[in-house]
Design a protein. Structure first.
Length: 349
């Protein structure tokens, strides 16, 4: 499906996006945990996009993309159509509400109810489809015919201005670490910190593509590691094959990463700037949901736990040496409380 923005984003687009979203999206904090650092033997900085407005980083890309079309005089912009399993839907609905733009969102009928309700409450019109039997691109083409001319399709990840928007959260991480003030091993520290690794969850790849572009410009020695669910390792397969591999919709609790393939814009950026992709199991995600809740007093959705689970795995395997500085992206916190309780009371520990 055409997006009318098919050239690759650059770091300059991320800088511009930062200005566009300033005062709309939160500049989220970097959190640390002595317990975690001691346990892993590395120094960890957690970027808390679970504390982002509407509960996930997606507001960055959604708001940036809609703002882009509002500034475009070449056509009569009439509204936005998109599809999403949840957080991009909310981001588009909320951004549309803030910018006074009509939004129509195609959602899987088994999307988490909290995400569906939130999308409606922000003013988005929701249309349901069956993600296991219907092709959402085909559904989108059908729905678009019913909407006014001048309606633009903004996909969840494969879009220049979505990627640039998501990249702003990488820019914030590296900039905040350039003059880091915090407590480490009970001592107040004020120093520049260079990340050796940054762990980022991968769904369609918009987030990691944007962050890896920011890293390449600001912190080129940082290795960007993608983390995806074991049940859906299409990114790992694609990087190994050198081409985009499509898989069946994976069955995993990480609903933000139930994508079937990476995006065409995202993939070349990942090939250039992402060092490695690791996979983790649903059980490992649950362990980290418990850690975030118990130790850090944060509700993190399953997909948001991918980054930390990936870091744990590479520390355990010895691939991340002791003493490394590691960034972890916590991508979101949108999970129904009932589902959250069920998940954290399942499994061991
Ligand atoms: C969308 C989303 C992801 C995946 O982002 P992509 O840009 O599709 O790779 C991860 N976590 C959360 C919470 C999300 O909403």
């Amino acid at each position: 499906m055409s997006t009318s923005s098919e050239d690759l984003p650059t770091y300059e687009d991320i800088v511009a996006a930062s200005k566009t979203i300033a005062g709309v999206a939160h500049h989220t904090p970097l959190a640390t945990s002595r317990i975690l650092d001691t346990k892993l033997g590395v120094r960890v900085f957690l970027k808390c996009e679970n504390l982002q407005r509407m509960g996930a980083f997606k507001i960055r890309g959604g708001y940036n993309a809609i703002s882009h079309y509002m500034k475009d005089d070449s056509f009569d912009f009439k509204g936005v159509l998109t599809y999403s399993s949840g957080n991009h839907a909310q981001a588009i609905a909320l951004s549309g509400g803030l910018l006074n733009v009509n939004t129509t969102i195609i959602m899987p009928k088994d999307a988490p109810p909290l995400k569906v309700e939130a999308t409606k409450s922000y003013g988005g019109s929701v249309i349901f489809y069956d993600r296991y039997t219907e092709n959402r691109d085909e559904v989108a083409i059908k729905v678009k015919k019913t909407l006014p001319d001048g309606t633009v399709f903004i996909p969840p990840y494969d879009h220049k201005y979505v990627i640039a928007g998501q990249g702003t959260c990488g820019k914030e991480i590296f900039e905040d670490l350039q003059h880091w003030k915090g407590t480490y091993n009970d001592a107040q520290t004020e120093e520049a910190i260079a990340l050796d690794y940054l762990f980022v969850c991968v769904g369609g790849g918009g987030l990691i593509a944007g962050i890896s572009l920011a890293a390449a410009a600001i912190s080129p020695n940082t290795k960007i590691i993608g983390v995806e669910p074991e049940a859906g390792n299409d990114a790992q397969q694609s990087m190994a094959a050198g081409k985009i591999i499509t898989i069946e919709t994976p069955r995993t609790i990480a609903d933000g990463a139930q994508t079937q393939h990476l995006g065409n814009l995202v993939f070349p950026i990942m090939q250039k700037h992402v060092s490695k992709i690791v996979t983790v199991t649903d059980e490992e995600l649950i362990e980290d949901m418990k850690f975030f809740g118990q130790t850090m007093k944060m509700i993190v959705e399953p997909t948001g736990c991918l980054g930390l689970a990936g870091l744990r795995k590479m520390v355990a395997s010895g691939e991340v040496p002791k003493g490394s500085n590691c960034g972890v992206l916590i991508s979101g916190g949108n999970v129904d409380l009932e589902r959250y309780c069920k998940l954290i009371s399942s499994g061991s520990g």
